[in-house]
Ligand binder design. Structure first.
Ligand code: SF4
Ligand code: SF4
Length: 110
């Protein structure tokens, strides 16, 4: 049976793999971002699909995912998720912006 420690170790490996990929592939995009301690990430709730990619890359524990009811005229799903940024721990590194598949995260002035 898989142990919690195995999962944590796999997550750490995945975290490091994603960071390396983003650094290599999205360097140009990162250069255009407002990053640094004077900036903070912000989630556009309407674009967030709750995929958790941002929490995987944020090593400052600055993103939390909270439950919401899915709003859709065709689906009635009680459990969906959205991410939100915790302003204090956010260091403004911008990694979550690069990781988000729906461009739901932007960097704003603190
Ligand atoms: S900008 Fe960096 S520290 Fe802030 S939420 Fe995104 S990944 Fe975490
Ligand atoms: S990566 Fe983007 S879409 Fe996924 S949970 Fe984070 S903000 Fe939402």
């Amino acid at each position: 049976m898989t142990k919690i420690s195995d999962l944590e170790s796999r997550r750490a490996i995945e975290q490091s793999r994603i960071r390396a990929l983003m650094t290599a592939q999205r360097a140009g995009e990162r250069a255009k971002l407002k990053i640094g301690p004077e900036h903070v990430a912000w989630v556009k709730e309407e674009l967030c699909i709750g995929c958790d990619q941002c929490t995987i890359v944020c090593d400052d524990d600055a993103i939390e995912v909270y439950p919401v009811k899915l709003r859709s005229p065709i689906l009635d799903v009680d459990i969906n998720k959205k991410a939100r940024i915790l302003r204090e721990p956010c260091t403004g590194c911008g990694l979550c912006v690069l990781a988000c598949p729906t461009d739901a995260i932007v960097m704003i002035d603190r």
